[in-house]
Ligand binder design. Sequence first.
Ligand code: UDP
Ligand code: MN
Length: 270
Amino acid sequence: MGKEAFVTLATNDTYCRSAIVLAQSLRNCCTQKEITILITPQVSPEARAMLDKFFDQIFCVNVLDSKDAANLALLKRPELGITFTKLHCWNLTQYNKCVFMDADTMVLTNIDELFDHQELSAAPDAGWPDMFNSGVFVYEPSYETYMALIQLAEEEGSFDGGDQGLLNTYFNQWRTSDERKRLSFLYNMHSTSTYTYSPAFARFGKDTKVVHFLGQVKPWHHKYSAETDSIQQMDGPGIHEQAFLLQWWRQLTQAMKQFQDSEKTSALPQ
Ligand code: UDP
Ligand code: MN
């Protein structure tokens, strides 16, 4: 078995905080895999110092500065900036297999069994279930695949303007592929489904393995009081399941405390 890792992405400090919750949730569920993050130069040194404590590896990708073919393609299609950044995950060829997870996901149970699946395994998108949602997917790093994706992006663009459209065009056999590549929705349970299909959530929700806070309203948009351990949701009720939001905020609070404690320890005279 080669090296394997969970991989996420953060292009700014806000997404870094969410990525830390993801890493913390993976560790709380006793993952045996490495946890890796791709960042861009917009991430502040302070946020980077925090990431150091929670990730095994940090890779800074600077698409605009390098002079490779991918970069030329990007310059022609600047609107695909963040999409191209996510594609960089295929360049992590020091790993044989990886599971990419959006920074706005959180795991509720150990999901290391995902590494038994092959490229490209993913769960359906709730908005269009013939497509996979690109917030959680199993893949095999390869420079050739990376270049093929870049070429496709350059030639055709992405029909939805993001990585999900592009990846579904490239891996278009997913819908008719072996059922092991079609992961259960429980591996990428869209937090919005808790109210768009609440009876299904009531019936199956207890088996959720990964919550994905997709959409415009993210956990950090709600107010959390550590004193009372409660959430004040914005945008009216029912946007996110309260229990998941609480879990997200508790893990952020736990991670921040661990970070502060470790800073205090390292500041002590040796
Ligand atoms: N992302 C990022 N910076 C951004 C937007 C997105 O780093 O400004 C990364 C992050 O990992 C995020 C992923 O790209 O989880 C996809 O974006 P998002 O989760 O916001 O999209 P959604 O899942 O809501 O469609
Ligand atoms: Mn997402």
